[in-house]
Write a protein that binds this ligand. Sequence first.
Ligand code: ATP
Length: 243
Amino acid sequence: MRALTVESLDVRHGLLQAVRGVSFSVGSGETLALVGANGAGKTTLLRAVAGAHPPANGRVLLDDADITHVPSHRRVAMGIALVPEGRRLFPQMTVEENLLLGRTAGRPGEWSVERVFEMFPNLKARRAARAGNLSGGEQQATAIGRALMTNPELLLLDEVSLGLSPLIVERVYQSLQKLIDTGMTVVLVEQDLARAMAVADRIVCMLEGRIVLERTTDEVTREEITQAYFGLRKAGQQGSMHP
Ligand code: ATP
């Protein structure tokens, strides 16, 4: 599986700098959770890693290869898959057709429509249903399945639990845990701290475009993350808002 390194990344939306000098790395097979308030820059960062948004400065490395200027479709072919916020399925196409789209952009490998249905058994009965008619949970499963169909080695997940009922979130995370257990490298944006801490090896908290906390999950407390989340950490601590 692939390792990711992000170095001093700046990403802008016009005049607004959404990501400011962000550096972090994710080892092969590691799961990193990105947390932070709305507007902290998590989605923008994930999109920059996927090649969907060009950075203004800094570098993105996949293993040792500098992919900063590699277009998104080639990043997919290199093994990076993004499950975007809001799922972005083709609503008029069936579940199966949406899944097969992942194959056209991707790489050869083990993932097939049938294997996606093994991971998300509830989806199987819906294979011929239009994506626009699915429940939120089914749509999320389809979006993850489509990413898996590219045979990724680095999976980027943006708020996969958004808008889902607790039961469905539980199911999605059970499937995610299975993927993590296969050794896939994962970066996920998750608003639910307990969930993020349960699934990730490491937590990165962003505030106003910067990383304000980075710790392994076994050495961080919920309180420390919450303080970083709201910018309440004391000056002088690593990642303080006022360096
Ligand atoms: P959320 O949880 O709400 O998705 P986030 O942490 O993912 O938040 P981003 O969506 O990356 O944050 O947004 C970071 C900043 O960039 C915010 O100030 C946001 O308003 C701004 N922004 C995001 N997308 C755009 C865009 N397409 N055009 C202009 N500004 C944008």
